[in-house]
Design a protein around this ligand. Sequence first.
Ligand code: TYD
Ligand code: MG
Length: 419
Amino acid sequence: MQEGGGSLAGSWAPGVVEARSIADVGAEPVVERLPTGIGEFDRVLGVSPDGVAGIVPGSVILVGGEPGVGKSTLLLQAAAAWATRGTRVLYVSSEESAEQIRLRAERLEVGLPRELYLLAETNLERIAEQARKVRPRVLLVDSVQMVFAPSVESAPGSVSQLRKCGSELVMLSKTTGVSVVLVGHVTKDGQLAGPRLLEHLVDAVLYFEGERMHAGRLVRAVKNRFGATLELGIFQMTGTGLREMSDGPAVAADQARPGSVICPVIHGSRCLLAEIQALTATGFLGAAKRKSSGLDANRLAMIIAVLEQHAGMRLADRDVFAQAVGGLRVIEPAADLSLLLAVAGAERHQSLSPGVCAIGEVGLSGHIGRVTQMDKRLVEASRIGFSKVLVPWDERIEARVGLDLIGVRSVQDALEHLG
Ligand code: TYD
Ligand code: MG
């Protein structure tokens, strides 16, 4: 579609598209991508078959998140990174002045690259006019809720304004080849008319998650025409902006605590080690609490039932709390075995030995079943320093990546490893 490199001549030329027979449509051309060099962000934007990650020219990305989570910080870091590599960026702020953005850039120590253009503007027509003049390859609009089209009467942020601004910017992107990144604020209760309305218009939707009081930040792709969904970018908010945490939340292979079990889980294209924690406490028969955070509540209920039926564990009058640590959402059945061992370990005050983690799906019969992408999980466990892994019995057990694999057939088999 357009030339790579710094030349802008290829973009901003209206393309002519004609209907063709499917027989005449060639194989999909290799999609060119513009990387920022911030690996955790590029991967969430998507990876080409040739291994290049980044934004696709002419695509529209929506980045949603609560106010204060760090959207502007990340996008300014990304904008500066693109510009430093020679990709021209126009950063439109509808909330801050150009001077404020420059100050922030200085604080973030991202440099002041020539190819990064700033514009403080809320009028959509003037934004488009400046974009035509500057001819960036990436246009950032932070935030789209404060932008208005003069032809629409309602206030900025209203449903009709958002629709109009969203579709105009998509049109601009499709006709000129500029990549557009829209920032949208969401509130916890989804009050603000906003990002949801734009989701169907755009090529990719990334949600930025994190608690203001905690440093961990996750960027999650919930829709992506040019990449894998469930892909996750992991960052930490520091005094100088967002720092990449490519290994995921820190997990220590050598510690063993009752109620804590590590499981390698798949997030998009990569494997991360997740710590599953559980706690049991005195509850009331018939009204025992089952609470989970970052885990599937139904699987927790199922695991408790399996422990009662197949391991003779009495939990009917015990409150059970379980969570995935570090803000990760672990909903894979492959984490069942870890969750089961965490709950049983919490109840019995027992743990797996240091350096041991667990992978397996727990069936209603108490059978431990096989999971997908076992090799990837084992490689990651080994890399982080685990030496032994409990795996489903039917898994072909060969010495793999220097790990000691222990096959477990049933829940009772697995519980024998707690001590
Ligand atoms: P911001 O990117 O402005 O959030 P959003 O655009 O999503 O509303 O981030 C705001 C918060 O991040 C603010 O409370 C301060 C904090 N912060 C840092 O901790 N370190 C930094 O280097 C920066 C720029 C912000
Ligand atoms: Mg902001």
